[in-house]
Design a protein around this ligand. Structure first.
Ligand SMILES: *Cc1c(COP(=O)(O)O)cnc(C)c1O
Length: 372
């Protein structure tokens, strides 16, 4: 029995009347840009996250750009970014003419290696960007402590971790600014592109709001040059509905992860994901390490066999950012970030979505055990 890597149709089917009503309301109002539905979602998201300000924006990528921009990052500045993340984290830095300085990650949690980050701080470093990869928080207090000591801004990329907690605090409460993505496949996914910035800082919130509407204040009077970075009302309407289900969905993801763990933990060729102490993992992804990562052979052979059996799988991410062609000029060569490089050769993410049945999860685990 094939199992897809994700199944958005199943999620829509489970909440279709609510989504359809919310979308119909936007059409009835014909109010598509900003307005009460966007504001309503922002208030509900801020309450959920336990932050003072939650600002809807048009994507996670532009949320990153807006945060760096609001922090005053400019050409010549350096920003510390973990090498093992989605491209957008570093792309936003480069877009502003600043230099992403890649650091390594921890082999267990896949998140930023603080000691390595610290070694890479120079007189030009202005910011540091922890990423809550696959749905669990990085060492956010550790990052904040280092950043406060070295006068750096912390911009947290929680694109994969809406609702994840660390020591009881939701991702978004610790860093100066935190971004989320509502890309359709994210654990809180819209019907197209969308994103959010959370902050407790009134000045930063005000700057981001100004920048995401072309620097207009009031309308047609431009104080600064900004961008068009708003969240659509249609997206807000869909996301408002989904936010009400998110805790149940995140909990179901964790159940599936525990089913996988029960079958796969302890296998000599597999390493199951590790949750750091104090974290509640929301398992945006369930990611195994296959083999020792000296090369990608063991992982790639597993993929071939899973594909034959119709078991969905993905590699997040096959190329660490310091090895991307567009960053070759930065000179962080092969061998410079060993853990990130090894993970790129060994990780595989298994099917993970809340609507998956226990039987499907067992099927996936059995297929992995029969193939590895
Ligand atoms: C998805 C993602 C982004 C980008 O979000 P978009 O909404 O697709 O622009 C940024 N960082 C990470 C870690 C992501 O997973």
């Amino acid at each position: 029995m094939p199992v897809p890597v994700m199944n958005l149709k199943a999620q829509y089917a489970s909440i279709k009347p609510e989504i359809d009503a919310a979308v119909a309301e936007v059409f009835a109002n014909q109010s598509f840009i900003l307005g009460p539905i966007v504001e309503g979602f922002e208030k509900e998201a801020a309450a959920y996250l336990g932050v003072k300000h939650a600002i809807g924006v048009n994507s996670g990528s532009d949320a990153l750009l807006l945060c760096l921009w609001a922090a005053g990052i400019k050409p010549g500045d350096e920003v510390i970014v973990p090498a093992f993340t989605y491209f957008a984290t570093a792309g936003a830095v480069a877009r502003l003419g600043a230099r992403p300085v890649f650091c390594d990650v921890e082999p267990d949690t896949f998140n930023i290696d603080l000691a390595d980050a610290q070694r890479r701080i120079t007189a030009k470093t202005r910011a540091i960007m922890p990423v809550d990869l696959y749905g669990q928080c990085a060492d956010l207090e550790g990052v904040r402590e280092l950043a406060d000591k070295r006068k750096l801004v912390v911009i947290e990329d929680a694109a994969q971790a809406f609702g994840a907690t660390r020591h009881g605090k939701k991702a978004g409460q610790v860093s100066q600014m935190t971004i989320y993505s509502f890309y359709p496949t994210k654990n809180l996914g819209g019907a197209g592109d969308g994103g959010m910035v959370a902050t407790n800082d009134d000045t930063l919130a005000d700057t981001i709001k100004l920048l995401h509407t072309h620097g207009e204040r009031p309308r047609y009077y431009n104080k600064v040059v900004g961008m068009c970075g708003r969240l659509d009302a249609l997206q807000a309407a869909v996301l408002r509905v989904k936010l009400r289900h998110l805790d149940a969905w995140n909990a179901r993801r964790a159940e599936i992860a525990h089913l996988y763990d029960a079958k796969l933990a302890g296998h000599p060729k597999l390493k199951t994901p590790v949750t750091a102490r104090g974290n509640t993992h929301i398992y945006h992804q369930y990611t195994l390490q296959v083999g020792d990562g000296a090369n990608a052979k063991a992982r790639d052979e597993l993929i071939v066999k899973l594909n034959e059996k119709g078991i969905g799988n993905m590699i997040y991410y096959p190329v660490p950012l310091h090895r991307q062609e567009c960053f070759a000029h930065l000179g962080q060569g092969e061998g410079s970030l060993k853990v990130a490089e090894r993970l790129a050769r060994s990780v595989i993410s298994l099917p993970m979505y809340p609507e998956m049945t226990n039987a499907q999860a067992q099927e996936v685990a059995a297929a992995v055990l029969a193939s590895v």
